[in-house]
Design a protein around this ligand. Structure first.
Ligand code: NDP
Length: 263
């Protein structure tokens, strides 16, 4: 018996934490999960007490700040929270390309998502779900074939992946990232890393029956996507909510609109 009591799975299944909940896709995912009857914690860098319309219980969270991540885990632990779902949605896409941009982008989109995941894993129920809000820009087709093969290898470890992503930032600083197989886009590299992390976590967390899915929301009209994007936030959030709630959702893979897409 995996759960100490049959009730724990049911209770945890109703609790979700979404990062980057202040606006955009994250806020809409919170709204829809709450509408589906979930208790939803929304991680916000600057939670506002004066936002009664927020569709979540706000918790302070800057995914790049280890103290903030640790404080969130401690707070939820003290409150006796067990999570059924973690949605790593917080993300940035910066203009330009240099080592500073690569470092800042990976700090949020890759290392931030994994720091939150590592810190909250003890609170995630067996049989729960982790959703990485990724992007089609993170397909391994943007890498040189040897690097793509390594990041898709079934024996890839978290340690090797973390080293590879740190290596990207260092290579950008030296100006030889293309020679090492990386794209000239920090955003692409960060989402390639996030997708690889989803594969590694799905394999490593299989004994706990934790599903780990990467989801591309499509091009969405948000602060990041801009006003010219074809999709509304509702359309962008739908596939993320599906990954959390669908009873028949798979246990791993990369999806858009509930259908598998190439890694
Ligand atoms: P927005 O720019 O609208 O929102 C980004 C969210 O991330 C905000 O809540 C922001 O908080 C939060 N955030 C940024 N940095 C941090 C941090 N250090 N710690 C905690 N939260 C942070 O983006 P979208 O809603 O469009 O994007 C959501 C996700 O979807 C991202 O991962 C993005 O890469 C992905 N995506 C988006 C696409 C699009 O077309 N919009 C396409 C493909 C993928 P704050 O308000 O404090 O800045």
């Amino acid at each position: 018996m995996t759960y100490p009591t049959p009730g724990l799975a049911a209770r945890a299944g109703g609790v979700a934490l979404v990062t980057g909940a202040s606006r955009g896709i994250g806020r809409e995912v919170c709204r829809e999960l709450r509408g589906a009857g979930r208790r939803v914690f929304g991680g916000c860098r600057a939670p506002s007490a004066e936002d009664p319309s927020a569709p979540f219980e706000a918790v302070p969270l800057d995914v790049t700040d280890p103290a903030s991540v640790a404080a969130l885990a401690a707070d939820l632990t003290a409150r006796g929270v067990t999570l059924g779902a973690l949605v790593n949605n917080a993300g940035i896409a910066l203009d330009g390309f240099d080592a500073g941009i690569a470092e800042r982008t990976l700090a949020v989109n890759y290392f931030g998502a994994l720091a939150v995941t590592d810190a909250l894993l003890p609170l995630l129920a067996d049989g729960g779900v982790i959703v990485m809000v990724s992007s089609g820009m993170g397909e391994t087709s943007c890498l040189a074939p040897a690097l793509a093969a390594r990041l898709r290898a079934p024996d890839l470890t978290r340690a090797e992946l973390d080293r590879t992503m740190r290596g990207f930032v260092e290579a950008v600083g030296r100006g030889d990232h293309e020679r090492h197989g990386f794209p000239s886009s920090a955003y692409r590299a960060s989402k390639v890393g996030l997708n690889a992390a989803a594969r590694v976590l799905a394999r490593d967390l299989a004994p706990r029956r934790i599903r780990v899915l990467a989801v591309c929301p499509g091009w969405v009209r948000t602060g990041m996507g801009g006003p010219g994007a074809p999709r509304s936030v509702e359309e962008g959030a739908r596939g993320v909510v599906w990954a959390v709630t669908a009873p028949d959702a798979p246990r791993e893979g990369f999806f858009r609109d509930g259908a598998p897409i190439p890694w």
